[in-house]
Write a protein that binds this ligand. Structure first.
Ligand code: ATP
Length: 306
């Protein structure tokens, strides 16, 4: 019986969220991917969003009981500010974004938005307040206008175009034979990772959430694409409480605070200049990145001269 009860509950939640138009496409795919871990308490109230300040208070979390991932992580993202999380692969960076989106509940401590513990409010209202630009955006088999307009029910073509402009993808769309009416997705034009990410940014600009989670693509992008995406991200994070899950260092330089996560704890924190002065883990990560960039440039030059 238990085996049946969980999927039914899960489908019920999914149906409710889709039918009320509250669900993000990202969230839907995530929900389909991952077992439902979190259930609303009956009658849980809506999140009351004020300025959108986020606080992690001594958060402890593990997926499996015998392997702790976060061992007591505390930080605040003040309203309108940007906090970036860096650290080695597997340190738990993306886990932090999943916990804020409440795909899982914390095992210890709490996560609060404007002073409200996110376990005590309903998930639909939480996800309305948060925009997620995921590592890999899934596109609908529909036009590019539809894929952007999905960010907000009833968005006009002008609003879709303005969002695309801000997300630095309008020139690319203009170059397509059918412009905004070009079919994309599996059965249409395939977009590159960078283009898909900018569609996700445009969609998020339309949704205009007070809180934003940017989970950067891990894959290396060429410098030009990286610059365009950075400009789009700067646009979308302006005046919004933003948590950046950073897999590349270049995107964190302007953050108000950078957390270096290691072995389930915040090992260093500060802005870029402060962390560089510390000559610790963060400094070491930059040194390694510089060496890797230099080696890549050398290789590119050698290939050119062949
Ligand atoms: P990367 O930079 O490589 O993306 P990360 O710091 O974002 O890494 P997480 O994705 O948060 O790392 O994962 C942290 C740890 O938790 C990893 O060891 C990972 O294997 C483990 N993990 C992630 N998701 C699950 C899951 N659903 N079940 C069990 N373990 C998981």
């Amino acid at each position: 019986m238990m085996q049946l009860a969980i999927p039914l509950n899960f489908i019920g939640t999914l149906y409710r969220e889709i039918s009320t138009g509250l669900i993000d496409m990202e969230a839907m795919f995530k929900l389909l991917d991952e077992p439902q871990e979190v259930i609303d308490t009956p009658g849980a109230p809506d999140l009351k969003v004020g300025q959108g300040a986020v606080a992690f208070k001594d958060v402890v979390f593990s997926y499996d009981a015998d392997r702790p991932i976060l061992k007591g992580v505390s930080f605040e993202v003040p309203a309108g500010k940007t906090v970036a999380i860096v650290g080695p692969s597997g340190a738990g960076k993306s886990t932090i974004s999943r916990l804020l989106f409440r795909f899982y509940d914390v095992k210890g401590g709490s996560i609060e938005i404007d002073g409200q513990d996110i376990r005590h409010i309903n998930q639909a209202s939480l996800r309305r307040a948060i925009g997620m630009v995921p590592q890999d955006t899934v596109l609908f088999n529909d036009t590019i206008a539809y894929n952007i307009g999905y960010g907000r029910n009833g968005a006009s073509r002008e609003e879709v175009e303005a969002a695309a402009e801000q997300a630095q993808i309008s020139a690319f769309i203009a170059s397509l034979p059918q412009g905004y009416d070009t079919e994309v997705g599996e059965r249409g034009l395939k977009l590159s990772g960078g283009e898909k990410q900018r569609v996700a940014i445009a969609r998020t600009l339309l949704k205009s959430p007070p809180i934003l989670i940017l989970d950067e693509a891990t894959s290396a992008l060429d410098t030009h694409t990286e610059r365009e995406i950075q400009a789009a991200l700067d646009e979308v994070s302006q005046n919004r409480t933003t948590l950046v899950i950073a897999h590349r260092l270049s995107t964190v330089v302007g953050a108000d605070e950078i957390l270096v996560l290691k072995d389930g704890l915040v090992a260093e924190r500060g802005n870029h200049a402060e962390l560089m002065k510390l000559k610790g883990l963060y400094f070491g990560m930059w040194e390694r990145q510089k060496a890797a960039d230099a080696a890549r440039d050398q290789l590119a030059k050698a290939l050119e001269s062949e």
